[in-house]
Each structure stands twice: as C-alpha cells, then as structure tokens.
Design a protein around this ligand. Structure first.
Ligand SMILES: Nc1ncnc2c1ncn2[C@@H]1O[C@H](COP(=O)(O)OP(=O)(O)OP(=O)(O)O)[C@@H](O)[C@H]1O
Ligand SMILES: [Mg+2]
Length: 507
C-alpha cells in the first residue's frame, strides 16, 4: 500500500472534493479535519466566484481565514482540559490552519518529501509560527516556541502527541486509554501523563497513521489489531464497541539496545552465579521455559539467554511479532501471520513450529507458547531438538506446568493427563520464573529444576530463589538471591556436553 503523502494528510490537494472522497474512503483525515468549519467558510481551492458582494477576493480570503482561525480557536477552547496552556493550543491550531491556507508551491514540494525533510519542514513551520505569534501578539518563551514547532511537526509528520513519548528512551511502554488518559511506564513505574488527544477522532487519526503504512486497518468489523511500528515497537489497538473507554492503544517500545545478561545483573534481576549456571545450562542443551506475568521481562530474558548459544549452531526463532534480537549469524527468524480480511491465509505459531522441524534446526526458540504449539514444542524437545527455549505466561513454576497442560489439551488431543505430564516432565529441564515486583523492578524469583514424575505429580526442585528481606521507605524491595544448596539431577548433562560447572555455585 502506498504511504500517504504529507499533502494528503494536510488535505491541501487542489481537487478538494476528490481528495476528500479519497481520504474518507481510506478513513484517513487531516489532523484538523474533525474541526467542523461553518458551511460558508471558503477553503483553499474553492472558486472566488462563489463569493458575492463588493469586497475584493483577497479581502474575502482574509476574512474567511480569520473566521477559520476563530473556529479553530473555538475548537481548542471547547477542549478546556487539554493539558497545555489553552492559548498555546489555540495558537497551534491557528498556525496549522495558516500553513494549509498559505503554503507556496515550493513549500508544498518540500512538505511532500515528508520525514526525510523534517528539519527544513520545521524551518517552514517556524516561519509561519513567527508570523502568527507576532500577529496574535502572544508572548512565548524560546522553549515554548520550540515546543510549538515540534508539536506541529509531529502532527504533520509523526504520531502527534505520542511522538515525544516514542522518542523518549526512558519510556518503555505507552498505554492510551481513550483520548484523555495516557499512561507510560518509565523506570519500571506506571505513571499517568498530562498528554491528551483533542478527542476520539484525533486519536483515531493517529491510529490510522500507525496502521496505514503497514497495510492494516481497524474498524467496527475488525476492532482489534496487533501491529508493529517502523522502529520495531509492538502495538496493540482495540477500539469501541469492544473497548468501553474509547480507542485503546498499547505500545511496547523497542529499545535500541537489547538488555544483556550483564544489564540484568546490574538491574538486580539475577546474580552472577545464576548467570554462570544458566550459561552452562544453555551450553549443555537443556530445554528451558521462562515463565512470568505480562511485562515481567520474559522476552528480554529469553533474548539474553540466547546469547549463550554457540555460534556454530543453526537457530530458528518463531514469534508473533519479531522481538528477539539474536547476535549469532546463523539465525532464521519466522513470524506468524493473522488471517486476512476474508479470514484466510492465517499462519499460526503451531504451523511455524512444525515447519521449523523440517528446517534442520539445532535450536528452536519460540517467543511465547499460548496454545496448541505447546504440544509440538514438547514433542520436538523430546525427539532430539534439545536446547530449545520458550516462554509462557504463568505466575509460579508449578502454574506454568498447568498452563502447558491446558495448552496441550487445547489441541483437542484425547490424551490422559498422566501422559501429558510425562511428556512435559521429560521435555522441560528448567523453569525460570520471572516477576515484576511492586517497586517496578524485575526479578528471577525461581530457577527450578523439573525432576520427573512421582505418581501423577511432576516433581519440581528450586535451585535458586529470590528472598525479599524487607521493603525500604521508598517502596523498594530489598532482598537477596540464594542457592538452595541442592545440585540438579541433570549434572551429568554438563559432563556429557563438556561443560564445566563448579559445584561451589550451589553453595
Ligand atoms: N530485567 C529487567 N529489568 C528492568 N526492566 C526490564 C527487565 N526486563 C525487561 N524489562 C522491561 O520490561 C518491559 C517488558 O519486557 P518484555 O517484553 O521482556 O516482557 P514480557 O514478559 O515478554 O512481556 P509480554 O508478556 O507482554 O510479552 C520492557 O520495556 C523491558 O525493557
Ligand atoms: Mg514477551
């Protein structure tokens, strides 16, 4: 699908009616389109002959522009709870409208270049802003002026109010609950921001801008969608009538630098002994399940673990939206695909796991198991594809086993529970339980060995765990990691694979 040109976004095509039709078909609108202008306001491209009276054309133009500005201001005024100062908001809309009205052909050309000419476009916006500011005799600080120009530029080129949050590297997650409540996760903590969309239409425009370049759409007939931004960030969008708070957007930002095991040690997610142990487990080709709640850091840990896979192995990664970033050269990354609008063409994680088995893998890494693929994954682990890694959503190691059991049952296989548990216990060697604890930090709370079956029960044995001593005055969890002093039953696998592991690690 062709990306929208800037002029189309601005709605400044000469053939306004045609463009309007085109835009409404695409459901993409000028950021200001939802400001309803009075019927008699003449828009650029309208014929001057339609205006009657004694005034000359330029006088009428000027008058109409003033009306437009008043209307734009009235719009901003109606939204009195817009976070920034109201008068700046009015000014922003007036400048925006002025650019649409007065743009020269050269400027049009420049604007058409879009993101690649951002700096020059900023200069143009800056010039229009200066004129508008001096005419409106508003006094703005230098900082406010720069912010104003940036905001308008973001409205025209980027994702509007979301743009500064996307640029801020300390923001790791953005959660939009309708146009007025935008939360972020920063330094592990959830916070409500004072950023707002004008209204639902404005938010929907930005959503369309996220989806249009990747050829996806969201509307009443398909009101939820998973997508990825150009920078790799993961986005989920769900709109009314399914969402009762208005359109909801959740963005898991793609951090430029994936966290390494050393970073995780620095953040206090685990300690050095645990890392040494995990490195040995990966080299000894143990099958590992990373279990944790949503946003607990499962994918991050999986990625860090994968760095211990030797260079000479062929790795196949399978994900819904590719988030893993492996350092090795010999990696084939596969991504599942949702059904198209006609409901066909879906390729599931399960299809990909089955296909991966025919691709001569040394290791299979599945980003997350959620349903039937768990069965294929367990079978693969039990039939020579050891050293495989995956994650699952669960709150304790024991819980992760029940989750796997449920996932296997979801395939519709008529298998006795004991047989499923036997499969699970012989496939999975180790469970890493990760949690996001109350202070926002992430901890590997358990490294647990899956020992085997006793009757109908799978036997689990903790090897390392996080012990919280107390919560300090700032609400921070103070604790330590400790080894349970038990050696795993799979010590022989280390010897078999030539991996040295000092037993002192377990003391
Ligand atoms: N050990 C850590 N310490 C601090 N922050 C972390 C840690 N691991 C991950 N994060 C941050 O937490 C967020 C979620 O991480 P990640 O995507 O790995 O979680 P997840 O459990 O896979 O989430 P989901 O269930 O949504 O797939 C990211 O923004 C990431 O930067
Ligand atoms: Mg994940």
């Amino acid at each position: 699908m062709r990306p929208l040109t800037l002029l189309e976004r601005l709605g400044n095509d000469k053939d306004k009616d045609k463009d309007k039709k085109k835009r409404s078909e695409r459901k993409i609108t000028n950021p200001l389109d939802h400001i309803n202008l009075p019927d008699d306001v003449q828009m650029p491209g309208q014929s001057p002959e339609t205006v009657s009276g004694n005034q000359n054309y330029s006088q009428i133009q000027q008058q109409k522009k003033n009306e437009t500005r008043i209307e734009a201001s009235a719009f901003a005024g109606r939204h009195s709870n817009i976070s920034q100062n109201d008068s700046i908001q009015q000014l922003k809309l007036a400048i925006h409208r002025r650019i649409v009205d007065e743009m020269t052909p050269q400027e049009e050309k420049l604007l058409l270049q879009g993101e690649s000419a951002r700096e020059q476009i900023k200069n143009v916006i800056s010039a229009y802003s200066s004129r508008e500011i001096s005419e409106s005799s508003q006094i703005l600080t230098r900082g406010e002026r720069l912010q104003l120009v940036d905001d308008i530029c973001n409205e025209l080129l980027g994702l509007g109010p979301l743009e500064p949050l996307l640029k801020d590297e300390s923001v790791t997650e953005i959660m939009v609950n309708g146009p007025k409540d935008i939360f972020i996760e920063q330094n592990g903590n959830l916070e409500l921001t004072d950023i707002r969309f004008y209204d639902e239409t404005h938010l929907m425009n930005i959503i369309e801008r996220i989806l249009h370049p990747i050829g996806r759409r969201v509307d009443e007939s398909s009101p939820l969608v998973d997508a990825r931004l150009a920078d790799g960030s993961r986005v989920n969008i769900i709109i009314p009538p399914l969402s009762l708070v208005g359109p909801a957007v959740t963005i898991r930002k793609f951090s430029k630098n994936a966290l390494s095991m050393n970073d995780l040690i620095k953040f206090g997610t685990l300690n050095e002994n645990m890392v040494k142990f995990l490195e040995a487990c990966i080299k000894a080709r143990l099958n590992i399940l990373v279990s944790g709640g949503t946003g607990s850091g499962k994918t991050t840990t999986l990625n860090a673990l994968s760095s211990f896979i030797p260079e000479d192995e062929r790795i196949i990664t399978i994900e819904d939206a590719a988030e893993l970033r492996l350092q090795q050269k010999h990696v084939v990354s596969l991504e599942s695909r949702p059904a198209n609008l006609e409901g066909s063409g879906e390729i599931t994680i399960r299809d990909l796991v089955r296909n991966a088995l025919r691709m001569r893998p040394n290791r299979i890494i599945v980003g997350e198991v959620r349903s039937g693929e768990a069965l294929d994954m367990l079978q693969a682990m039990n039939t020579g594809h050891d050293g495989s890694l995956t994650t699952a959503h669960a709150n304790t190691p024991r819980d992760s086993l029940s989750r796997l059991e449920t996932m296997v049952l979801m395939t519709g296989m008529d298998m006795p529970v004991k047989a499923i548990r036997t499969q699970i216990s012989s496939a999975i060697d180790l469970i890493l339980q990760q949690s996001r604890i109350r202070d926002g930090s992430r901890k590997i709370t358990h490294i647990t060995e899956v020992q085997g079956m006793e009757g109908e029960t799978i036997i689990l044995q903790d090897l390392f765990k996080y012990v919280q001593d107390y919560i300090d005055d700032n609400g921070k969890s103070i604790g330590h990691f400790e080894a349970t002093r038990l050696q795993p039953n799979f010590m022989d696998k280390f010897h078999m694979n030539g991996v040295e592991l000092p037993v002192s690690l377990f003391r």
